[in-house]
Ligand binder design. Structure first.
Ligand code: ATP
Length: 428
């Protein structure tokens, strides 16, 4: 894990939030490559689950919502983690994350308080007066923005069941113990789907969405995931069935995504609290509250799972190469262009020309620092699938070499056919 964290910092993927002021626990900043990786994840996800389907409706709701939303959803009352304190060092822990019959992991004492519920919603104030009437929460999940827009979308688009509302956006949780790099942070992004179904069909759709989630993971290159039935106290207050999808992170097998059957809990409660009818009307005039299947995906946990899945150290003849074997669709940089030498005008000019022509099609990096071997190693470390080198032969016959990240094999291709060639490779 340390190797991935240090690679992320060194190569400009992820930095500690507010780093120059000593950081702020549980916050992370994404550098140029991290943003590119995140954007690829979100774009592919949106294409797959919204653009290519007829039954899905994208929304982007406000992060700040009327506090009644969180009363109706049950979050004010129950969005809590059990908190215990070490009386000696004042360390605070999630009671379910440590064994309180043993020593404090900070100071070794054995003197804990009883566990008490700690609400994880961040509070702030809307407007200039900081009294209880102005209290608002930063949303701890994007889901509620879909339920509160359920009627707006029905009235505007008249969708037929089953259909889904979809949103990508920030969520905030005052985690007691953020940690494990970006795995548990206090500010993160979610990609969530609320898929509305007839009650009698929930099991069918639950299984279909489990399959969709597996297909997504395979498509982006997340290997080694495990589905786990959540039961008993671990079930969220709104859920009748939840399956968590765990991933083998370097610090242990932990939740990557989840899929929950939220019943009609949310719509019913919002109808009751707002006094607005949220029922669905069938063609025959019958009315009822739809039930909901919720597949939920964390963006940062996707980033981390992809980094872990892609990270490899390969022994070469004289060195070890560190490589991120991203799928080309996910890689932050698709192509790197090198002039073989940095001081031959013809070669540099041609390389710049190729670089310019490709930039409107792909994310491309130009690199003329150091020798080609070093440039390959740099691109290996950030997972660039293809490196194009312009050399002396290019000036003679118009061909360049294209080198593949996985196989490290080079092929000569005609420079004017490069764009079509790479587009073809991207399809595979
Ligand atoms: P955990 O048990 O790890 O606290 P959770 O069950 O509370 O997670 P959900 O409420 O199901 O998580 O949130 C949906 C998704 O949002 C999770 O599957 C995860 O991908 C992501 N997520 C939740 N909490 C965090 C966090 N603190 N930091 C980063 N991602 C998170």
């Amino acid at each position: 894990m340390d190797k991935i964290v240090s690679l992320c910092k060194r190569r400009g993927f992820i930095f500690q939030g507010s780093d120059m002021y000593g950081g702020l626990a549980g916050t992370w900043d994404f550098g140029p490559l991290g943003v590119a990786l995140k954007n690829n994840i979100k774009r592919l996800w949106w294409e797959r689950f919204v653009i290519r389907r007829m039954d899905m409706f994208g929304v982007e709701s406000a992060i700040l919502m009327n506090p009644k939303v969180w009363e109706a959803s049950g979050h004010v009352a129950t969005f809590t983690d059990p908190l215990i304190d070490c009386k000696k060092c004042k360390g605070r822990f999630r009671a379910d994350a440590i064994d309180s019959t043993k020593e404090c992991p900070n100071c070794g004492a054995h003197d804990f308080t009883h566990a008490r519920p700690f609400n994880m919603m961040f509070k702030t104030h809307a407007g200039p007066v900081e009294d209880s009437g102005s209290c608002v929460y930063l949303r701890p999940e994007t889901a509620q923005g879909m339920f509160t827009n359920f009627k707006n979308v029905i009235d505007a688009f008249h969708p037929k069941l089953p259909f889904g509302l979809v949103q990508i956006g920030k969520a905030f949780r005052n985690e007691i113990t953020p940690g494990n790099f970006i795995f548990r942070s206090r500010e993160f992004e979610q990609m969530e789907i609320e898929y509305f179904v007839r009650e009698s069909e929930w099991e069918k759709h639950f299984d279909i969405w489990r399959g969709e989630m597996r297909d997504w993971m395979t498509a982006v290159g997340i290997t080694a995931f495990y589905e786990r039935e959540v039961s008993g106290d671990a079930l969220a207050h709104y859920s009748k069935r939840t399956v968590d999808i765990d991933y083998e992170f370097p610090f242990g097998r932990e939740e990557l995504y989840g899929i929950a059957y939220r019943t009609d809990f949310d719509l019913k409660n919002h109808a009751e609290y707002s006094k607005i009818d949220l029922s669905y009307v069938e063609d025959d005039g019958s009315k009822y509250t739809p039930h909901v299947i919720e597949p939920t995906f964390g963006v940062e946990r996707t980033v981390l799972a992809l980094l872990v899945s892609a990270y490899e150290e390969e022994k070469l003849e004289k060195e070890t190469r560190t490589v991120l074997k991203f799928k080309p669709c996910i890689a932050p940089v698709t192509v790197a262009v090198f002039p073989l030498v940095a001081n031959k005008e013809g070669i540099v000019g041609k390389a710049k020309e190729i670089y310019d022509s490709m930039r409107i099609h792909f994310v491309v990096q130009f690199d003329d620092i150091g020798n080609v071997g070093k440039r390959y190693r740099r691109q290996d470390e950030i997972g660039t699938p293809w490196c194009v080198t312009v050399d002396y032969q290019t000036l003679e016959d118009g061909t360049v070499t294209i080198r593949d990240l996985d196989t490290m094999k080079q092929e000569r291709v005609i420079a004017t056919e490069l764009i079509a060639n790479i587009k073809e490779r991207l399809k595979g």
